[in-house]
Design a protein around this ligand. Structure first.
Ligand SMILES: Cc1ncc(COP(=O)(O)O)c(C=O)c1O
Length: 352
């Protein structure tokens, strides 16, 4: 099976095999070594004061932010330009009834200029946006926008689920207080763990607000993760795969090289899309390093044929793009040979 998916992604052999290791007790010394190996590498790459490993998918990590950093009386401002921005807004509304949602048309990116008026006028205390909108392949200018929202006194929550480790993300440089990604995305491990990165400032805020969650309480995570443990039983096999994924990335040159691999694949994918007669959907200047999408007729039928004839698994489309959008996903453990196989199959099926 060839996976051309935006997560779960195909696992490289050492990562896949790491999951079959014997269990370890989640309060023993071995787990502390395992978690420490993961957290130290991630803290460094995010430039974060704290990294929490939350058993659950990426959404659990994002929900932790809304549940712990907001008060019911807070106003939130959420920018969206796709399915995952809409989901972030839906989550925000559960915790802040007064949530203002601002939209860009699908395919268009959020820039500082486009976000400024809403940030200036909203009066919101909390700000949220998606960095890499996986549903359309648009990379928003999270750095300029979060920096600006933070300079206006807002707490910034960034969905970096499909962005971290494929796009640059230094949370202090970006003005991000809280962000989350997931084990099955660019790091290239198995699904099951959300990775939360935050600043001291975010943690202080959480300490002054009653958490509106039991499972996802940042204060409990802080207490346990200080000694490289988790408040509840973690997905141990996923932790093994995450450590193996970090080792694998390091063997191949480290996180910067991993990001460069994604950037090069994005260029190659855009060229490919144009070479078979389609237009890249994302607005120029907002190209995603991990997803290259284009509009096509009968995308469902095309995906079905790729699966049946070439054993190539591709991702479905969503919402207003349902049935008419195709995504080439270059996320995680892929290499050039992997992309070349997919491109040859797509080209052949298109007859081009
Ligand atoms: C940008 C973005 N946000 C949130 C999510 C949700 O992540 P999960 O399915 O791990 O909860 C995804 C998943 O694809 C995503 O791409």
């Amino acid at each position: 099976m060839h996976m051309l998916t935006p997560g779960p992604v195909a696992l490289a052999d050492p990562i896949r095999l790491a999951q079959s290791k014997e269990m370890i007790y989640h309060r023993g010394p071995e787990i502390k070594t395992l978690i420490e190996g993961i957290v130290v590498a991630m803290k460094k790459d995010f430039n974060a004061d704290h990294v929490f490993l939350v058993t659950g998918s990426g959404t659990a990590g994002l929900e932790m932010g809304w549940a712990c950093l907001t008060k019911p009386t807070d106003k939130a401002l959420v920018l969206t330009n796709g399915t995952f921005g809409d989901k972030l807004a839906a989550c925000a509304k559960i915790y802040c009834a007064n949530t203002q949602v601002e939209k860009q048309p699908l395919g268009k990116g959020w820039s500082h200029e486009r976000a400024k008026a809403a940030i200036d006028s909203s009066g919101a205390q909390v700000f949220g946006m998606v960095y890499n909108e996986t549903s359309t392949g648009v990379l928003n200018d999270a750095r300029a926008i979060c920096k600006y929202a933070k300079s206006k006194g807002m707490v910034t929550i960034l969905d970096a689920v499909s962005a971290w480790a494929s796009a640059p993300l230094d949370i202090k440089d970006f003005g991000v207080d809280f962000t989350a990604t997931a084990s099955q995305k660019a790091i290239g491990a198995a699904p099951g763990i959300a990775i939360v990165a935050c600043t001291d400032e975010a943690l202080k805020r959480a300490e002054g607000i009653p958490a509106r969650t039991f499972y996802l309480d940042m204060k409990k995570f802080k207490k346990e993760m200080d000694t490289f443990q988790t408040p509840t039983t973690p997905a141990v096999s996923v932790l093994y795969s995450m450590k193996a994924a970090i080792d694998y990335i390091n063997e191949q040159g480290g996180f910067d090289a991993h990001r460069a691999k994604h950037a090069a694949a994005a260029v190659k994918s855009r060229k490919f899309v144009e070479s078979v007669g389609f237009a890249v959907y994302a607005e120029p200047g907002f190209y995603s390093p991990s997803i290259t999408g284009f509009l096509m007729e009968d995308a469902d039928g095309f995906r079905k044929r790729l699966r049946e004839k070439y054993n190539l698994v591709t991702a479905r489309d969503f919402g207003d793009l349902k049935g008419k959008f195709f995504r080439i996903c270059h996320l995680g453990n892929f290499d050039d040979a992997h992309l070349d196989y997919a491109f040859a199959a797509i080209r052949k099926e298109l007859g081009k």
